[in-house]
Design a protein around this ligand. Structure first.
Ligand code: HEC
Ligand code: HEC
Ligand code: HEC
Length: 429
């Protein structure tokens, strides 16, 4: 609490000191002559593909609501954000010019100059080129206008004061289009542009500090997002893809899973928020773009520890034996007596990094609430994992997961009943 108060006090101070800093220069970055109108069919189609890759629809559509009309609620540690309408309606961005739109993506403020919260991942979108932003604008003009809710943000004090964003931006945000690295291949640069910018992978996959900023470019830690743990893309023990072949990475991103382990890739299934990213966005992404992303992802610095034996923090024999019993009764029929899985119906749990990474949040959530891999063109009828919310208590789920994490060569810390209890109350992602 004290750290938080200190942080807030520091932010207030910096805010006062930097009030003058909302400079016109900040607004002019990337200014370009207005694009040609009416837009070409080619630009609209390119814009459609880009908007899909950015998953704009995923965040800007309420469940059951008109596409892009906003009203989707995003819970965060700072309060709940509700997304605005980005259809060409008067309650949306109907009166916005291409330059207004560019300012939102590139610099994070609205047509009338209101600063936007970085829950809208403009810290990534700032990398998008003006030409791509214009194509996205052209496409968004073609979708049916729909009325959206008024802007209501339900944030806790002091985060409800947008003025704080002046200081936040000063500390954590530098607008700037992606600069190609001339020492790298065209594919690598395309991949870096998409992963760092439009794909906003780091918005989930990197740890955030107490003020909600992504901590560092090379932070080995993954991040907690929407109650799930987004594993580090730089750690082979978590979600690192360094040793995977490019075609395997493409299969994972496009179909949402790798059902039978290949020489380079272990079994992997996308779930929760990552399932949504595959479902709404990556499955429709062009293969050449996915391939470029794969080339870049493979080249990320490898920061994670590799070998097992890191965790000395194991469960008691009693917990393990009760976990074993629960496993035989509830889990073995699908996941196999020795965690070997039943291809293609259920993934192996032995040697599965989704099970053994040090954070147990995702295994806890999938056992509590069950789930499916996303239904995609390449995997149209995914098998489901049943929810154990009602069948098993917190201590039982903790015991079975502690057993799974300590058996068949797996070596990960035990799971506590408290950790299960904490997740029980938050079923949404
Ligand atoms: C992770 C969720 C998320 C994603 C993905 C996302 N947005 Fe947003 N967007 C938001 C939120 C939240 C706000 C409102 C922020 C605020 O109120 O300060 C917002 C605001 C905006 C605004 C400002 C609108 C206004 O009236 O102020 C525009 C324009 C916008 N987004 C466009 C896009 C586009 C284009 C994409 C895809 C490239 C996109 N967004 C992807 C969450 C998202
Ligand atoms: C909305 C948050 C979010 C975004 C955006 C996101 N991820 Fe993820 N990702 C997650 C979560 C949560 C997991 C852990 C659950 C799982 O394994 O599917 C994950 C898992 C993964 C995995 C590991 C899958 C496995 O089972 O081994 C990879 C690889 C990955 N993400 C790549 C990406 C890439 C590349 C992007 C950008 C195009 C991206 N993610 C964007 C949240 C996100
Ligand atoms: C009816 C078959 C079935 C049963 C019974 C079952 N599972 Fe699963 N399990 C699955 C399927 C299918 C998936 C993949 C689901 C997904 O991708 O969302 C899965 C996924 C998982 C995962 C995540 C693995 C990964 O690669 O992402 C864990 C952990 C898990 N199960 C543990 C358990 C435990 C513990 C039990 C017993 C309490 C259990 N399961 C019972 C079918 C089953």
């Amino acid at each position: 609490m004290r750290t938080l108060l200190l942080a807030v006090a520091a932010i207030l101070l910096v805010t006062l000191l930097t009030l003058w800093r909302l400079t016109p220069a900040d607004r002019e970055i990337g200014e370009a002559p207005p694009p040609a109108y009416p837009p070409s069919a080619d630009s609209i189609e390119r814009g459609r593909q880009l908007v899909t890759l950015g998953d704009c629809r995923g965040c800007h559509t309420a469940r059951g609501g008109a596409p892009f009309a906003g009203g989707y609620a995003i819970p965060t540690p700072f309060g709940t954000f509700v997304t605005p309408n980005i259809t060409p309606d008067t309650t949306g961005i109907g009166s916005w010019s291409a330059t207004d739109f560019w300012h939102a993506l590139h610099s994070g403020y609205t047509k009338n100059g209101t600063l936007l919260y970085p829950t809208f991942p403009y810290t990534n979108f700032t990398k998008i080129s003006r030409r791509d932003a214009d194509a996205m604008y052209d496409y968004l003009r073609t979708i049916p206008p729909a009325a959206g809710p008024k802007r209501v943000q339900n944030l806790a004090f002091p985060y409800n004061h947008r003025l704080l964003l002046i200081a936040w931006r000063w500390l954590f945000f530098r607008p700037g289009v992606y600069e190609p690295d001339s020492t790298r291949s065209a594919d690598w640069n395309r991949g870096a542009y998409l992963v760092q910018g439009l794909g906003h992978c780091s918005a989930c996959h990197e740890a955030r500090n107490a003020l909600g900023a992504v901590q560092s470019k090379h932070n080995p830690a993954g991040g907690l997002v929407l109650n799930w743990y987004a594993p580090a893309l730089t750690s082979p023990r978590e979600a690192g893809l360094h040793e995977w072949r490019v075609p395997d990475i493409l299969t994972l991103l496009k179909t949402g899973q790798i059902a039978s382990a290949s020489a380079s890739a272990p079994h992997a299934t996308t779930m929760g928020p990552m399932g949504e990213v595959v479902y709404g966005s990556l499955q429709y992404t062009r293969d050449d773009d996915l391939r470029a992303m794969a080339v870049y992802l493979k080249s990320l610095p490898d920061t994670g520890p590799r070998s097992g034996g890191l965790f000395r923090f194991t469960a008691t024999a009693a917990t393990l034996s009760s976990g074993h019993e629960i496993y035989d009764k509830h889990c073995a029929q699908c996941h196999g007596d020795n965690g070997e899985g039943r291809s293609p119906a259920a993934p192996p749990l032995a040697g599965n990094r989704a099970v053994t990474m040090s954070s147990a949040v995702n295994p806890v959530r999938i056992v509590l609430f069950g789930g499916y891999a996303p239904g995609t063109g390449g995997n149209p009828r995914p098998f489901g994992m049943p929810p154990y919310l009602l069948a098993l208590g917190d201590e039982q789920i903790a015991a079975v997961l502690s057993f799974v994490r300590a058996s068949w060569g797996n070596d990960a810390p035990r799971v506590s009943g408290d950790e299960v209890a904490r997740n029980r109350g938050t079923p949404l992602f």
